[in-house]
Design a protein around this ligand. Structure first.
Ligand code: PKZ
Length: 125
């Protein structure tokens, strides 16, 4: 990922998001990544988008209860109707003293028209 800008989301998991290992469910973090990627894809496409594929996803380190999660996302590739968004999640813990990269993924979104069919992306700014 290039120089990190501001996170798209900052969020804390709750007690109901814990799995039997005592870590945070992968599905919880995937959904935060999907929301953040969707926000970036919506900005780029200037409208509605749907996730069509998760091209890659790596769980690098566990997320712990009381971590603060920052979700960073940026456009990595653009097609006619689709945008691939690189999404990185960083956990802040130990009262803000420690930052750990916990996941990395490449999600592809498709811009949708009113009929929920692929829509051409607007020209890049
Ligand atoms: C100013 C306004 C601001 C707005 C600010 C909004 C903010 C908003 C925030 C909230 C944001 C929430 C974000 C929710 C995100 C979900 O949770 S969406 C829910 C889960 N996803 C779905 O239900 C989608 C289900 N799938 C579909 O409906 C259809 O597959 C789709 C998406 C309409 C695509 O239809 P299709 O017939 O497969 O289309 P097709 O023409 O074959 O392919 C279209 C493009 O997708 C690519 N593609 C297709 N399959 C793949 C694949 N497996 N891998 C990679 N690329 C693929 C194609 O290569 C093509 O790319 P281009 O060459 O055109 O660039």
């Amino acid at each position: 990922m290039p120089q990190r800008s501001d996170p798209i989301l900052r969020v804390t998991p709750g007690p109901s998001d814990i799995n039997s290992n005592g870590h945070i469910f992968g599905g919880w973090v995937l959904s935060q990544m999907d929301i953040a990627g969707g926000i970036v894809a919506g900005r780029v496409s200037q409208g509605a988008c749907a996730t069509v594929a998760i091209e890659s996803m790596t769980f690098i380190a566990p997320i712990l209860l009381r971590d603060i999660i920052s979700v960073y996302a940026h456009e990595e590739r653009r097609g006619k109707t689709s945008i691939a968004i690189r999404i990185e999640v960083v956990a802040t813990r130990a009262r803000g003293q420690q930052e750990v990269k916990v996941t990395d993924g490449l999600f592809t979104f498709v811009a949708l028209d009113e009929d929920h069919r692929p829509r051409l992306l607007p020209p890049a700014l």
